[in-house]
Design a binder for this molecule. Structure first.
Ligand code: 4AD
Ligand code: MG
Length: 478
């Protein structure tokens, strides 16, 4: 008999049909004569109820049908009386594929804390919450490829190992095969990377952008979607040392085109989730409500689905960094000294400032542009004021910065002089500069932090709970 997925059965299963399912026991309850087994196979948040007449089955087998056990169940679909579902499965044959000792299996049917589940990340997929999160994460990855494909963007695979350290000096993970204890040394007693695997010092990439620009300046519109690595020692709920980033890069786009694309893209993804992932979203929405029910009314967040619909239908507010600083300086928390970090023109905005603008002042997503050049990367297009660059950050409720991007400096002379000011060796970047030497043109791009976006879509509070196996300072378990 062909196995059916539970999702399919719950959607289209007809009473009277002979059916085979395979999955894991979530709960088992019942009386001496009849057992009700809630089965889940990962295809949906919903379980299929299996009804087993105990007289038909071996006692030893019945004893082993515990939470976490893997079963194959053959039987006939019958109309379901309870539980809001159309059908349940009347078991005729049950095969125990793999038992789960209830004394030892950590994921028992009770409420576990997210911290506990993080320590058991290898098994947390078996909970409703993580099932929903990872199904949504998959759907969003799929929707991202779909969106760009429809728009004529090409998926470009930029390298993971790179010798360029242009984006954020000192935050990179070194990749080396040199002996850790006795590396070959140069005359001035430093590791001799010319004798390393690649013949030079190499790192894990912090961004695919620079290589992405090379692609865009020929293919027109490209995007990358891959892992990136940052060795910053930030132990926050928004930072990972290994995270996934989506980086579109477009020839002939200026900053406005770039903002329009970012806004359209985010709204498309939200719409896709609302249209295609409603069971999981509904579950996550009620999870969040449950989680927050003890908070005072004014500290509770908006219902997850309401929030997604709200962002999908709102026009993102666009303003300059300079205007944002003015707003912050006139704000209540500033005047009452409630911000932890200072506010002054030239500072890098902290998440508390970003969230004030989005959640309190505008009550809507915000795109800030034209940041001070001294806090942004060398490649951003310089404005005529000699102080600011054509940067854009998209700020979201609860998240703060979700996207960072810019129009790129396409003028070779200006780019070279900026690199000189910032001590970036032009010789090593010859390949990047060649795009400005040959057929240069206005172009722009941005990076969406995938996990930050999944935080937003799922309403989860900690970035460690939206990537399967988080990598953070002092933590690389699993
Ligand atoms: O603002 P960032 O550093 O921009 C870049 O890397 C550019 N090269 C992008 C581009 O223009 N092509 O990072 C982009 C986004 C941030 O807005 C944030 O969402 C996410 O990546 N991000 C992180 N997510 C998780 N953990 C971290 N440590 C992150 N650092 C950045
Ligand atoms: Mg940024």
């Amino acid at each position: 008999m062909r196995r059916l997925k539970i999702k399919e059965i719950l959607k289209n299963g007809k009473p009277g049909t002979a059916t085979l399912i395979k999955g894991w026991v979530r709960t088992r309850r019942g009386s001496k004569n009849v057992h009700f087994i809630a089965m889940n196979d990962g295809s949906t948040i919903n379980n299929l109820q299996v009804v087993a007449d105990t007289t038909q089955f071996d006692e030893q087998l019945l004893r082993e049908i515990n939470t976490g056990a893997a079963l194959a169940v053959e039987g006939t679909l019958t109309e379901s009386k309870g539980s809001g579902q159309n059908v349940e499965l009347l078991a005729e044959r049950i095969e125990l594929l793999g038992g789960a000792d209830p004394e030892k299996y950590p994921i028992q049917p009770k409420k576990h804390t997210l911290e506990f589940l993080r320590e058991n990340a290898h098994l947390r997929f078996r909970t409703n919450t993580f099932g929903a999160v990872f199904r949504l994460r998959h759907s969003m990855a799929y929707a991202i490829h779909h969106y760009f494909n429809e728009k004529g963007f090409y998926y470009l695979h930029t390298p993971i190992i790179t010798a360029s350290d242009a984006e954020g000096a000192g935050q990179m993970f070194r990749v080396t095969t040199l002996d850790a204890i006795n590396p070959p040394l140069t005359e001035d007693k430093k590791p001799d990377y010319s004798r390393d695997f690649f013949g030079k010092a190499t790192n894990l990439t912090v961004s695919g952008q620079l290589e992405g620009e090379l692609g865009a300046m020929a293919l027109g519109e490209i995007y990358t979607f891959g892992p990136t690595f940052r060795a910053e020692n930030s132990n926050t709920a928004r930072h990972l040392a290994e995270f996934w980033m989506i980086e579109p890069e477009m020839a002939f786009y200026d900053l406005k085109d770039n903002m329009d694309l970012a806004e359209d893209f985010l709204k498309y993804l939200i719409g896709y989730a609302l249209d295609n992932c409603s069971d999981d979203l509904q579950f996550l929405a009620s999870r969040l409500e449950q989680e927050e029910k003890n908070k005072p009314q004014d500290q509770r967040s908006m219902n997850l689905i309401e929030k997604l619909k709200f962002v999908q239908s709102s026009s993102f507010i666009r303003l300059t960094y300079t205007e944002a600083i003015e707003i912050l300086k006139n704000s209540k928390p500033y005047k009452k000294n409630q911000f932890q970090f200072p506010v002054d023109w030239g500072i890098d905005l902290q998440s508390e400032h970003e969230r004030y603008l989005v959640e309190k002042h505008f009550k809507c997503p915000v795109i800030l542009t034209d940041y001070p050049r001294d806090i942004k990367a060398f490649y951003m297009k310089q404005n005529d004021d000699n102080k600011t660059v054509r940067a854009m950050d998209v700020l979201f409720p609860q998240i703060g910065e979700i996207i960072g991007g810019s129009q790129r400096e396409e003028n070779l002379e200006k780019l070279l002089s900026r690199m000189k000011e910032m001590d970036i060796p032009a010789e090593e970047m010859w390949w990047y500069l060649d795009t400005r030497r040959f057929g240069s043109a206005v172009h722009s791009g941005f990076g969406l932090g995938f996990e930050r976006f999944i935080l937003f879509i799922t309403g989860m509070g900690n970035i460690r709970d939206v990537i399967a196996f988080p990598r953070t300072p002092k933590n690389a378990e699993f």
